[in-house]
Design a protein around this ligand. Structure first.
Ligand code: BGC
Length: 766
């Protein structure tokens, strides 16, 4: 790899500015004179959307494997499978001479209405971070780059190009950033794509705090930041904000703006140089990989089928599944004939082939008779005769398989969903078919949750088959017939009603802003805290076998935060079929200085077990598993105390609990000042030490002033309410009995605290 420092020196100002602006819709600007090649990028994330004409954004792309979308990927809870998917994507990139695939998406599913939720993993930052990191390491292990997107707080499509996501620091750090943080720290994506939206009033494309302070400096991101397509508003401001490459190009005007700004002294050339250095590093890294050749479409299709089957979630089953000897199957639903397997927008892949669900079912169903009726049309039209034909079909069969897909246009980049409902025709169809045929299985294709209250009682079984990718038709048959024992688990909560969802009264915002009023309480964090009943909880999914958990144990019952600990549990397959279980570990902080969610996912493992087999799962929990972000300290902190480790099969199905004691090793800065309350003084060990002698001295006086007749005259416990009064305020009530002014007194105490801190640090005489 040529030395980018040397190259930088040889580049003219114009060449440097040009390198930071795309040459086409999908390529960077080469510098032929110096042997700097172009870099080619194409959309992902669940398949390659490689458009041959570099100046066309939306033309039909070359055929590529359409894998299941991120909702399904995350529901596999299988990091190795996602790694394998990443490797296959890379092979397709290499074949098409694409250097960087634009994915994965690591944004949180703040509301199930988000139009691009199908492209995102989860409502939980830990799970999303693990998925994104595996995806990236998979792709990059083959010498192809990724673009982790959309950084950050890109959680809706309404006014997506301009809206400001408004949230407090703790919410940002604990919910909206950690998936990115994990992916960057564990996997070093070659590029990170900034989001279109603003974060707290500043465009992400110009957001120094986000792109420089946090991403590059705090997390150590080594690659370059690329704009989302068209996300740059002010090129010079964006360079200053840490945005290295603007896409798409060409944009001569932008190049001129940068050149002029440097010449006029409005942009420090070293800022431009830093962006150039970052881009050059990646351009040459990419050039090290040999591209071209072909990929094995059949094996990628097979992998897509495996991932789809492993991600499908069995939501309900009264025993009808797996299918066995049914002679006559009524196959109902447009989606049985025309697979619904991906969403709309820039992630839309031109598949190498598509499995027809009906045909695939027939292959596995052997001699059984299959009769098809459409049940509903592709769109939203209401068509009673189609329902009647479906009912007749269902009634005459042993079992009805109802393939229900949300209409194609419902879930897409560019707009959010209006509701969580199936179409009126589909609801009526499910009800009518279930009334005529109790042995009905509903198979769903959608990218994010549906509400089911109106019809959930009807079917004997419900399979969530997601946007299942091009091979999903076969995967459905695999699961229905038990060739694959269902082992997907929900990566997001299915609410009972849209109005129950955490962001409901703060979504989608307006007047240019969306307020993240629910704060850190999204997904199960919210439903748990509010004790709101849900349809299906986070982490939930059924199997054709059963699992028992036993013998939970921890490596230490008392531990230092920096050491972390491990928790182990034995899991036994207690049923008759081989199957896979997803063991989930949640952490509950018994007592914290700030409010925390009742539980948070901090570890998981998927394991395959034969009937009767027992295996031990051991999961490591580190500092961050116990920490929370403290906005006053501006850092992740731990606190001494008890934590419950909850091991379960879903967020609502906890099988065993271990309680451990954490010793914090942090030495936090002292935040006491003139405004600090009595409670704050006593909570800070150094404050307490300084305050106590004073307290002893003043105690009787305080008791006389505030505790006299135990507050009878005002009907309250005055002493108790003093705890949240600033010490300065208390002193003002006592000023007659103190030797100096209250202000001097507090300053004296603060000086004492400082002295103690210096003494502790051995700095007394320095
Ligand atoms: C999307 C990105 C995508 C880019 C290029 C944008 O509109 O938000 O996810 O990678 O277009 O197609």
């Amino acid at each position: 790899m040529p030395n980018s420092k040397d190259l930088l020196k040889k580049m003219t100002l114009e060449e440097k500015a040009a390198l930071c602006t795309g040459a086409s819709s999908w390529t960077t600007t080469p510098v032929e004179r110096l042997g700097v090649p172009e870099l080619s990028v194409s959309d992902g994330p669940h398949g390659l959307r490689h458009v041959l004409d570099a100046n066309d954004l939306i033309a039909k792309s070359v055929p590529a494997t359409c894998f299941p979308t991120a909702s399904c990927m995350a529901s596999t809870w299988d990091v190795e499978l996602i790694h394998a998917l990443g490797q296959s994507l890379a092979e397709e990139c290499l074949a098409q001479k694409v250097n960087v695939i634009l994915g994965p998406g690591a944004n949180m599913k703040r509301t199930p209405l988000g139009g691009r939720n199908f492209e995102y993993y989860s409502e939980d930052p830990y799970l999303a971070g693990q998925m994104a990191a595996s995806f990236i390491t998979g792709v990059q292990s083959k010498g192809v780059g990724t673009s982790l997107k959309h950084f950050a707080a890109n959680n809706q499509e309404f006014q997506r190009l301009t809206i400001s996501s408004e949230m407090d620091e703790r919410t940002l750090r604990e919910i909206y950033l950690p998936a990115f943080e994990t992916a960057v720290k564990q996997a070093q994506p070659w590029t990170v794509m900034c989001a279109y939206n603003k974060l707290n009033g500043t465009y992400c494309s110009e957001n120094y705090k986000l792109l420089v302070d946090i991403l590059k400096n705090e997390w150590g991101f080594e690659g370059f930041v690329v704009s989302d397509w068209g996300a740059v508003h002010d090129r010079v401001a964006s360079l200053k904000g840490g945005l290295d490459l603007e896409m798409p190009g060409p944009k001569d005007q932008r190049v001129k703006e940068v050149v002029n700004a440097v010449r006029a002294g409005a942009l420090d050339e070293s800022i431009l140089d830093e962006s150039v250095r970052r881009i050059l590093n990646i351009v040459f890294k990419a050039a090290d990989t040999k591209t071209g050749g072909s990929f094995d479409a059949a094996s990628h299709h097979a992998l897509a089928r495996r991932i789809a089957a492993e991600g499908m979630v069995l939501l309900k089953n009264n025993g009808i599944l797996p299918l066995k000897d049914q002679q006559h199957l009524a196959v109902i639903g447009h989606a049985a004939e025309e697979a619904h397997f991906q969403g709309g927008g820039s992630s839309h892949v031109n598949p190498t082939r598509v499995d027809n669900p009906f045909v695939e079912l027939k292959k596995i169903a052997g001699d059984s008779e299959l009769t098809f009726t459409a049940g509903y049309q592709a769109g939203t039209a209401f068509d009673q005769p189609l329902i009647e034909a479906a009912v007749n079909n269902a009634r005459s069969a042993d079992v009805a398989l109802l393939y229900i897909a949300l209409p194609d246009s419902m879930e897409s980049e560019g707009y959010d969903r209006p509701d969580l409902d199936l179409t009126p025709q589909q609801v009526a169809l499910i009800k009518a078919v279930c009334a005529a045929q109790p042995k009905t299985v509903v198979i769903l294709n959608n990218g994010s949750p549906l509400v089911m209250g109106e019809w959930i009682e009807g079917p004997a079984a419900i399979l969530e088959a997601w946007m299942m990718g091009q091979a999903g038709g076969g995967a459905i048959a695999d699961v229905l017939y038990g060739k694959v024992n269902p082992c997907g688990r929900l990566a997001e909560t299915y609410p009972l009603r849209l109005v129950d969802t955490p962001a409901h009264i703060n979504f989608p915002g307006g007047n240019g802003q969306v307020r993240y009023g629910e704060g850190i309480f999204i997904g199960y964090r919210y439903y748990d805290a509010k004790q709101v009943a849900v349809q299906f909880p986070f982490g939930y999914g059924m199997s054709y076998t059963t699992f028992a958990y036993s013998n939970p144990r921890v490596s230490a019952s008392s531990f230092k935060d920096v050491d972390g600990l491990t928790i182990s549990v034995d899991v036994t397959n207690t049923g008759k079929l081989p199957g896979k279980e997803v063991v989930q570990v949640y952490v509950h902080d018994q007592k914290a200085g700030l409010v925390r969610p009742p539980k948070e996912l901090k570890g998981f493992a998927k394991l395959a077990l034969q009937p009767g087999e027992t295996r031990t799962v051991t999961l490591a929990l580190d500092f961050r598993a116990f920490a929370y972000y403290h906005p006053s300290y501006q850092q992740w902190i731990t606190e001494n105390g008890e934590f419950d480790l909850l091991v379960g099969a879903s967020s609502a199905d906890i099988r065993c609990v271990q309680t451990v004691t954490l010793q914090s090793t942090l030495e936090l800065p002292c935040l006491l000042d003139r405004e600090s309350t009595l409670r704050e003084w006593l909570a800070d060990p150094r404050g307490k030490r300084a305050f106590e002698p004073f307290f002893q001295q003043m105690g009787p006086q305080m008791q006389a002033t505030f505790g006299g007749d135990e507050g009878e005259g005002v009907g309250m416990d005055v002493m108790d309410s003093l705890m949240d009064m600033p010490v300065l305020g208390i002193l003002h009530f006592l000023d007659k009995s103190i030797p100096m002014s209250p202000e001097e007194m507090v300053d004296d105490l603060l000086r004492q605290v400082k002295k103690n801190i210096r003494a502790e640090a051995g700095l007394q005489n320095s």
